[in-house]
Write a protein that binds this ligand. Structure first.
Ligand code: NDP
Ligand code: BG6
Length: 480
C-alpha cells in the first residue's frame, strides 16, 4: 500500500464531543490520521457540559483505550482541548479560543467544524457559527454535517437553505459513513475499470438487483432516537440509497467529485414513483439471536408500546431510463436479523435457450449471480455454472471468489478515510445538496403513510410478506 501523504495543519472542532460518535468513531479516526501522516491536527471538543481540557483529555484517553490504541510519538494529549458552549450562545468565546489555539501552535487558520450533534441542534449551531464570523478564516474552513440531514424533503431543503446562507456548497461535507467504506468506494472501480462487467450492466443482461444491509444488532438503548426515525429514515434514505446510486449510475465523465455526484443525482431523478406494493415494513418481536434473549422493539425504553415504527424495510425501486427499464432494485434493511451482512446481489438473466435442461438445474437456476460483499468478509463472488467431470452430464454452480483480506490485509475504517478526504478538500464521497433532496423526494410517499407493519421474531429473516417483492422466499435475500 502507498504511504498516505501529509495533511495540511488544521484545527478540528467537534460539536458533540462528549457523545457516542466522537468516542467510538471520530477520536480513533483522528488518532490514526495523526499517526499515519506527519500533519499537525489539533482537536477542540465542544459541548454544553462544563468540562475542562483535562477532563476531555481523560475522556479521549478512555475512548482510545477502548479502541485498543495506545499513545505513540505523534499523538500527544496536548493536541486535545475543550470548550463549553451554551445551547444558543458562547460562539464568540469559541472563536477566541480557536484563535488562541491556532496562535499557540502556529496553525495557518485551516478549520474543520464537525457537527456530531443531535440533528435538531444542527440549525442553531450552523447559524451561530455563521454569525460569529466562523464560516471563513485566513485558511480554509469546512463544515461537516452528520446524518440524518433533515427528516423529509421539506426539512432537508430548509437545512440546505440555512447552511447556504453561511457556507458555500464547496465548504459543506454532508457525511454518510457508507461512502467511506472501501468496498462501497470500490463499486465505481469494479464497474468502470472492468469492461467485462460494465458491458453486461443493463436490462438486457441483468434480471434483478438486491441491496441488503442486514444487522444482527437490535435497537437496545436507542429507542428514543429510533422511534422518531425508523428503518427508512435511519438506513434506506441514506446508506442503502447511496449504494444503490453507485450501482445504477451512468459512467461519469471523470472521477472528480462533481462528475460523480451529478450522475448519482440523475439516477434518483429517474426513479418511478413508489407505490404501496413496492414496500414491505416489519417490526421485530421478542426472539433470540445467538442464544441471547432479545426483547420486543415495543418493550424498549422510549418506544410507544403500540408503536408502528418499522425496524424492517424492503423497498422496490424501478429506474425509468434506457439502461434499467423494468429491472427491479430491491433495497432491504432490518435490525435484529440472524446475521450481519451488507451485500449487493446482481442476478443475471438465464441463458435464452435451455440447452442443459433436464441434466442439471432448470434454466432459471442457471442465472449467474454476482455477490459484492461490503461487510463483513469484504470481497466478491461470481457464481457460474461448470460441467461436472465424468459422464453424468450434470452441471454445478461454483463460485469465483475474491476477499479483500487475502489480498490487502486490514482496510481502514470509513471515518478515517472520510476525515482524510475532508482535510484534503475532496468532496467525492460526501453527499451533495441536490442528492439529499432527491433522495427524500423518492421516499416521501412511504415516510409517514399508513402502511401495514408486519411482526417478525428477532433472530429471523423478517416477515414472509416480503417474498412478494421478488417472487422468491425472503430468507434467501442477499445471503450467501
Ligand atoms: P449523543 O447523544 O451520544 O451525543 C450528542 C452530543 O451533542 C453530546 O456530546 C452532547 O453533549 C452534545 N450536544 C447536545 N446539544 C448540544 C448543543 N446545543 N451544543 C453543543 N453540543 C451539544 O449522539 P451521537 O454521538 O450518537 O450522535 C451524534 C450525531 O451523529 C447524530 O447526528 C447522529 O445521528 C449521528 N450518527 C451517530 C452514529 C453513532 O454511531 N453514534 C452513527 C451515525 C450517525 P452535551 O450534552 O454536553 O451538550
Ligand atoms: C447508522 C445507523 O447510520 O448506521 C445505525 O444510525 C446503523 O442504526 C449503522 O446500525 C450501521 O452502520 P454499519 O457501518 O455498522 O453498517
Amino acid at each position: 500500500m502507498t504511504a498516505p501523504h501529509p495533511l495540511e495543519p488544521h484545527i478540528f472542532v467537534i460539536f458533540g464531543a462528549t457523545g457516542d460518535l466522537t468516542s467510538r468513531k471520530l477520536m480513533p479516526a483522528l488518532y490514526h490520521l495523526v499517526e499515519d501522516s506527519s500533519a499537525d491536527v489539533y482537536v477542540l471538543g465542544v459541548a454544553t457540559s462544563a468540562l475542562d481540557d483535562a477532563d476531555f483529555r481523560a475522556l479521549t484517553r478512555e475512548a482510545l483505550d477502548d479502541a485498543g490504541l495506545d499513545g505513540t510519538d505523534a499523538w500527544r494529549d496536548d493536541r486535545v482541548h475543550f470548550q463549553t458552549v451554551g445551547r444558543d450562545e458562547g460562539y464568540s468565546a469559541l472563536r477566541e479560543r480557536i484563535e488562541a489555539i491556532e496562535q499557540a501552535h502556529g496553525l495557518p487558520g485551516n478549520r474543520v467544524f464537525y457537527l456530531a450533534l443531535p440533528p435538531p441542534v444542527f440549525p442553531i449551531a450552523i447559524t451561530r457559527l455563521g454569525e460569529a464570523g466562523l464560516a471563513s478564516s485566513q485558511g480554509w474552513t469546512r463544515l461537516v454535517v452528520e446524518k440524518p440531514f433533515g427528516r423529509d424533503l421539506k426539512s432537508a431543503r430548509a437545512l440546505n437553505q440555512l447552511a447556504h446562507t453561511h457556507f458555500s456548497e464547496d465548504q459543506i461535507y454532508r457525511i454518510d459513513h457508507y461512502l467511506g467504506k472501501e468496498t462501497v468506494q470500490n463499486l465505481l472501480v469494479f464497474r468502470f475499470a472492468n469492461p467485462i462487467f460494465e458491458g453486461s450492466w443493463n436490462r438486457d443482461r441483468i434480471e434483478r438487483v438486491e441491496i441488503t444491509v442486514a444487522e444482527s444488532l437490535d435497537i437496545g438503548s436507542r429507542g428514543g432516537y429510533y422511534e422518531r426515525s425508523g428503518a427508512v429514515r435511519d438506513m434506506v434514505q441514506s446508506h442503502l440509497t447511496q449504494v444503490f446510486t453507485l450501482v445504477a449510475m451512468e459512467s461519469p465523465t471523470s472521477i472528480r467529485a462533481d462528475s460523480v455526484r451529478a450522475e448519482k443525482v440523475k439516477v434518483l431523478q429517474s426513479i418511478a414513483p413508489l407505490g404501496v406494493d413496492d414496500v414491505v415494513f416489519g417490526q421485530y418481536t421478542r426472539g433470540t439471536i445467538d442464544g441471547a434473549e432479545i426483547p420486543a422493539y415495543r418493550a424498549l425504553e422510549g418506544v410507544d408500546p403500540a408503536s408502528t415504527t418499522p425496524t424492517y424495510a424492503a423497498v422496490r425501486l424501478f429506474v425509468n431510463n434506457w439502461r434499467w427499464q423494468g429491472v427491479p432494485f430491491v433495497l432491504r434493511t432490518a435490525k435484529a436479523l440472524p446475521r450481519r451482512t451488507t451485500q449487493v446481489v446482481v442476478t443475471f438473466r438465464p441463458p435464452p435457450v435451455c440447452l442443459f435442461h433436464g441434466v442439471g438445474d432448470d434454466c432459471f437456476d442457471q442465472s449467474d449471480v454476482l455477490t459484492l460483499t461490503m461487510q463483513p468478509d469484504e470481497g466478491f463472488s461470481l457464481q457460474i455454472e461448470v460441467k461436472e467431470p465424468g459422464e453424468s452430464g450434470g452441471i454445478r454452480r461454483v463460485p469465483l471468489h475474491f476477499e479483500y483480506g487475502d489480498e490487502f490485509g486490514e482496510i481502514a475504517e470509513a471515518y478515517e478515510t472520510l476525515l482524510r478526504d475532508v482535510a484534503e478538500g475532496d468532496q467525492t464521497h460526501f453527499v451533495r445538496s441536490d442528492w439529499v433532496e432527491e433522495s427524500w423526494r423518492v421516499y416521501a410517499p412511504i415516510l409517514d403513510g399508513d402502511l401495514p407493519v408486519y411482526p417478525y421474531p428477532a433472530g429471523t429473516w423478517g416477515p414472509d410478506e416480503a417474498t412478494n417483492l421478488l417472487g422468491h422466499p425472503a430468507k434467501n435475500w442477499g445471503t450467501k
